[in-house]
Design a protein around this ligand. Structure first.
Ligand code: AMP
Ligand code: ZN
Length: 115
């Protein structure tokens, strides 16, 4: 998707602080961090939202995304103290970028319920 912000990060057309990358996944620091540690973890494949995941995506891509999140949490040293993994889906879910992404947030006490 040539007009997708996160595809441009995947393709290194715009800069980001990349903290993890493999064949299927890229993770980078959120430009507007909501916690001391705030990383966005995305599949390289353009998928518009959580609601657009196919059965094939769930079998073949999402496992890599979740494996990456586990690894990054350890790398960021938030594994033991705890953290949050968030996906905002669609308008009512508060999604603002149309390429599926998982927020990994940690480094402070997170509150519940979300706003
Ligand atoms: P969401 O509201 O769940 O769609 O999250 C989109 C996230 O992308 C927000 O937390 C933004 O701060 C973040 N964001 C937007 N543009 C960039 C960018 N160029 N680099 C890194 N993060 C970004
Ligand atoms: Zn995209």
């Amino acid at each position: 998707m040539s007009d997708c912000l996160f595809c441009k990060i995947v393709n290194k057309e715009i800069p980001a602080t990349i903290v993890y990358e493999d064949n299927y996944v890229v993770a980078f620091n959120d430009i507007s961090p909501q916690a001391p540690k705030h990383v966005l973890v995305i599949p390289k494949k353009h998928i518009a939202s959580f609601d657009h995941l196919t059965e094939e995506d769930n079998k073949e891509i999402i496992p890599y995304v979740f494996t990456a999140i586990n690894k990054i949490a350890k790398d960021l040293d938030i594994s033991e103290e705890g953290y949050r993994v968030v996906n905002n889906c669609g308008k009512m879910g508060g999604q603002t970028v149309g390429h599926i992404h998982f927020h990994l947030l940690g480094g402070r006490q997170l509150m519940w319920p979300p706003g």
